[in-house]
Write a protein that binds this ligand. Sequence first.
Ligand code: NAD
Length: 430
Amino acid sequence: MASISTTPDETPEEPTEEESALETARRQLQHAAGHLDIDQHIVERLKHPKKVHEVTVPIERENGDVEVYTGYRAQHDSVRGPFKGGLRYHPEVTREECVGLGMWMTWKCAVMDIPFGGAKGGIAVNPKDLTADEKEQLTRRFTDEIRSVIGPTKDIPAPDMGTDPQTMAWLMDAYSMQEGETIPGVVTGKPPIVGGSKGRDGAPGRSVAIITREVIDYYDKDIKETDVAIQGYGSVGSNAAHLLDDWGANVVAVSDVNGGVYDTNGLDTHAIPSHHEEPEAVMGHEAPETVSNEELLELDVDVVIPAAIGNVLTADNANDVAADIIIEGANGPTTTAASEIFAELDIPVIPDILANAGGVTVSYFEWLQDINRRSWSLERVNDELETEMLAAWSDVREEFDTRDVTWRDAAYIVALSRIAEAHETRGLWP
Ligand code: NAD
């Protein structure tokens, strides 16, 4: 194979607690590649995005001022299918963050065997500073700026931090108006009335619950005798809590940003309002004890599920975690240093790219429904999600059982083998 010119490897030698998404994505790639016989040229190529689009997005504010924002769409790899990934509106969005998070999407789609590659985009803006009309204007103008590089067979955005189903509906409308026909498959996470899928909202929490159930079984525990603590009671945390509770697990603690409630006899999770039903209402639920978010992660339970934000399990608290199993509901809740401590302590950490991948999986179902112009019932969505999750779990478990690796490594090995094999098979355009 001809040599590929790359820019210098920016991956640092030692992990730091402040590691960026890009550094983490590259480190995990290199780590998984060490277990596989892959052409190093392919690994080098995967350390870099295929393209990063940077655009300026001017809008006229309601006070008459013109404000110019910067937007990005980082497209990492499309060897297995169109680019796929979220679009975030947040003041700290950067080119580098989009590249790193786009790489994570490549691994997540590959571990699930979904025929998509990875992308991420966003606009550096605080959406709370904008009125609904300004946010709509921003979305429509951004869509037009990136219109030539997105589309149902090219790159399919989805909601992320600061964006929601309404944002996706504006994006779909702006794209469709310019193309002259209704094209719902250009985005996922839309409201069902314009082509969104049933079951999309609950899907990441559902996949977390399915994987938790399988892991409990793998470690010869009985779900009915399993104590679970969940940090974060939003889309991921509350949906996972409800299902695990329904399946007989003892959900003993849940929390939101203000702290958590704790009952060793198990909480009635359906009686606790989720973040979307009533924001920050967890502490209002009557329970024998309350815990801080730090204490929740250190409870003596069978399973702990961080499902709120990233970097909550660090070198500072990893040694105090008393749970037997950690399931990553949030994206990136465990720092590299904490992961190494958990490996030494033999505490299994089931990685985010597998556990919460129900979101992108049902996005794939949404795209299938859109391009086929045929909607699925909620029952079908949930059945097919169960099938996809069990298949991915089985693939990861096989790598874990046959190699001396962590669950995270096993998931990355599954993902990277698929991506590398696709690159080998397609070959390199001269
Ligand atoms: P959400 O906004 O619906 O809920 C977040 C919850 O976390 C709320 O209960 C909030 O009070 C709590 N929280 C916020 N800051 C906290 C803090 N500092 N400490 C403790 N709790 C805090 O969010 P979500 O959609 O459930 O996402 C949670 C995580 O899962 C994020 O990392 C997200 O990236 C990831 N994720 C979400 C999806 C999805 O489609 N919703 C898919 C995959 C991964």
